[in-house]
Design a binder for this molecule. Structure first.
Ligand code: PGA
Ligand code: ZN
Length: 435
């Protein structure tokens, strides 16, 4: 083992995330004095089978949301056992952390404790090798910048009083580079703001930095976004497409999907599927995530059968980045893509394992942030390292979102001529219903 890859210190602290809630930051120092840190994100519309985020539950601190126990688990249980280990042995360390925890959902030490350490170890490994993180995790072939799905209109659990569907994203499929994709996105974001102001329905932004206007429903949302794109000089379907994340688990009640802005009585899964089909025929939608609830495997399967040849159907809450559930999905043809979130499963190595399953099955995957984020840009490097060509990291404002975009700009510049940027929705997945 090289001297400079020996872990000398692991230290955790409680910091704040973008919602003002506590989360975990981990510092790792390797021999020679190099120090790195990593911070853990946190979701709001979480899946039932996600690894467990440990919260103190002490109502006297942060309304019970403190993470001092997780911090203590790192400082007292994990840290002493990692001193002297090789930071370059990511898999070995992640495996060790899982064994130390001993549960299937990381509830003993806390997935937030374990992931913080795992991410910091990855950064320490990169630092020891003097490589950028994306190259350390992805090798020399990690040169593909991801197509961003930018969430410019927020609803669901990321707002108060917003639309029922959680995310309306723009996908700049016609952009020639990441830098240009980001510019398309930011220009459309600002056009949308002006459009909403003109209609008197602009409001603040939601958790992921998208607007939360008072409008009639998902169709009006798509129309407004496409109008904003045109105003900014982009052609819907050619330069810019749409991606939706209804996050349907959050509006399934007693077997019916409740979308009050559409109608009072709620939709059956068949009616909801029909509604999506109509939307896909009307608007240039390339990706639909969690169109059905995490318990509605039938809904997913039926939709994949109907629309899967032409539409990216992404499971987020359905799979929770869990290899066992992804395998089941592949076997049952429940979707054709997976949303990948590090903290749903809890270590870097297990997340990579989930990505590898997707690759092997020929499925797409989207590397994703959480609605509660930090200024850590780990995700940007991770997306490049995983080479899947898609990232979801919010809107074009709020520092915790732009931190990832700005890091991707740096990576693109650093790669120079080696950088690759291609539309992941080319070929048969390209907006076949829309003309
Ligand atoms: P979350 O939302 O981070 O609140 O779970 C993101 C998503 O559903 O994709
Ligand atoms: Zn989602």
């Amino acid at each position: 083992m090289k001297n400079q890859s020996v872990i000398e210190e692991v230290r955790a602290m409680e910091i704040l995330d973008s919602r003002g809630n506590p989360t975990v930051r981990v510092h790792v120092r390797i021999q020679g004095g190099q120090q790195v840190s990593a911070s853990v994100p946190s979701g709001a519309s979480t899946g039932q089978y996600e690894a467990v985020e440990m919260r103190d539950g002490d109502p006297r601190r942060y309304h019970g949301l403190g993470v001092l126990k997780a911090v203590q688990n790192i400082n007292e249980v994990i840290a002493p056992r990692l001193i002297g280990r090789n930071a370059e042995k990511q898999k070995e360390i992640d495996c060790f952390l899982c064994e130390l925890d001993g549960t299937s959902n990381k509830s003993f030490l806390g997935a937030n404790a374990i992931l913080g350490v795992s991410m910091a170890v990855a950064k320490a490994g990169a630092s020891a090798e003097k490589l950028p993180l994306y190259e350390w995790l992805g090798g020399r072939k990690a040169v593909r910048l991801p197509m961003p799905m930018m969430n410019i209109l927020n609803g669901g659990k990321h707002t108060h009083g917003g639309l029922t569907f959680q995310e309306f994203m723009i996908v700049p499929v016609g952009a020639p580079s990441f830098r240009e994709a980001l510019r398309y996105g930011a220009e459309i974001f600002h056009s949308l703001k002006i459009l909403l102001e003109e209609r008197g329905c602009v409001s603040s932004v939601g958790d992921e930095g998208g607007f939360v206007p008072s409008i009639k429903g998902p169709e009006e949302a798509c129309e407004l976004i496409l109008k904003a794109a045109e105003r900014a000089g982009y052609m819907p379907g050619r330069d810019i497409c749409l991606a939706l994340d209804p996050a349907a688990t959050s509006f399934l009640q007693n077997g019916l999907y409740m979308i009050p802005e559409l109608e009072e009585k709620g939709k059956t899964k068949e009616e909801l599927e029909e509604f999506y089909l109509q939307m896909i025929q009307k608007y240039p939608i390339v990706s639909l995530e969690d169109g059905f609830a995490e318990t509605d495997w039938d809904g997913f399967r039926e939709q994949t059968k109907q629309m899967g040849d032409h539409l990216q159907i992404v499971g987020d809450d359905l799979f929770v980045t869990n290899s066992r559930l992804i395998k089941q999905g592949i076997r049952e043809k429940s979707a054709n893509a997976v949303l990948i979130k590090l903290n749903q499963i809890g270590t870097v190595s297990e997340t990579i394992k989930a990505v590898n399953l997707c690759r092997k099955a020929g499925w797409n995957y989207v590397i994703s942030h959480r609605s509660g984020e930090t200024e850590d840009s780990f995700l940007a490097d991770f997306a490049v390292a995983m080479k899947g060509g898609q990232i979801k990291t919010g809107s074009l404002c709020r520092g915790e979102r732009t931190a990832k975009y700005n890091r991707l700009l740096e990576i693109e510049e650093e790669l120079g001529d080696r950088a690759v940027f291609t539309n992941p929705f080319q070929s048969d997945m390209r907006i076949p219903f829309f003309d």
